[in-house]
Write a protein that binds this ligand. Structure first.
Ligand code: 13P
Length: 274
């Protein structure tokens, strides 16, 4: 059974005080709405400066904290960068890698994504590796090729045991921050393509089709309270990476509840198959 993951990418928003208040409201809201229920993995990804405060605020709750980026080296003369051991030392559990905004504005390539995923795994961080096509690529019918290439290049030289610890997010670039949702059947198809691609890369001893069964594949791009239920009802969308709607507790809590509903449905399905 795959985990459901609801991650909030706060991008370059929130001061330390604002981040603390949002984290506090989310912890209280989860406690009020979902106490005693199967919860998705809820991961809050604030800016680096807010990480200690948010970690402190969620302490003792099930909420986890992720970074939005990291360097692929352990330390050194790299002004302005943050290394994985610095994140693990403060108990950050996840790190977003290869977000399209980093690819677009900060020269992130499939190669640097691969180096970062490898380094994150080496240090026990869970990478949330982002892939997604631009509108131009979609219009030229290149979506599948782009996704397969980004997944394959991002996972180069990573062992099957390591890749099992990964989370992947499908974020079509044209759906990010635009209010334009990728139609849910299409989003599910691409999430499934990601899983098939990983399974083909890792045929393993038992033949293709098992390693990616444990890897959550999330959808991201204008996810809202009004879209989450349908998204979480799909076979291959295991959660959401949320931008704008993760910045207000009243908008993010219903999305977390949508994730919890998927957890409940999969627990039910497992029990029914026993
Ligand atoms: P929006 O939810 O604002 O479209 O952002 C998605 C995203 O980029 C999450 O990483």
């Amino acid at each position: 059974m795959r985990k459901t993951v609801i991650a909030g990418n706060w991008k370059m928003h929130k001061t330390v005080d604002e981040a603390r208040e949002l984290a506090k409201a989310l912890v209280a809201g989860i406690q009020a709405d979902l106490a005693g229920q199967a919860l998705p993995d809820v991961v809050l990804c604030p800016t680096f400066v807010c990480l200690p405060e948010v970690l402190n605020t969620v302490k003792g709750s099930a909420v986890q904290v992720g970074a939005q980026n990291m360097d692929y080296r352990d330390s050194g003369a790299f002004t302005g960068e943050i290394a994985a051991p610095m994140l693990t030392a403060i108990h950050v559990s996840h790190v977003i890698i290869g977000h399209s905004e980093r690819r677009q504005y900060f020269a992130e390539t499939n190669h640097t994504v691969n180096l970062k995923v490898k380094n994150a795994l080496k240090h026990g961080l869970t990478p949330i590796m982002c892939v997604g096509e631009t509108l131009g690529e979609r219009d030229e019918n290149l979506t599948d090729n782009i996704i397969k290439h980004q997944v394959t290049a991002g996972l180069a030289e990573i062992s099957e045991a390591e890749v099992a610890k990964l989370v992947v997010a499908y974020e079509p670039v044209w759906a990010i921050g635009t209010g334009k949702n990728c139609e849910v059947v299409e989003a599910n198809r691409v999430c499934k393509l990601i899983r098939t691609t990983i399974n083909e890369l890792y045929p393993g001893d038992k033949g293709p089709g098992h390693v990616a069964d444990s890897i959550p594949v999330l959808y991201g791009g204008s996810v809202k309270a009004s879209t989450i239920e349908e998204q979480m009802a799909q076979t291959d969308i295991d959660g959401a990476l949320v931008g704008g709607a993760a910045l207000k507790a009243e908008e993010f809590l219903p999305i977390i509840r949508g994730g919890a509903k998927r957890c409940k449905a999969s627990v039910g399905a497992v029990n029914a198959s026993k």
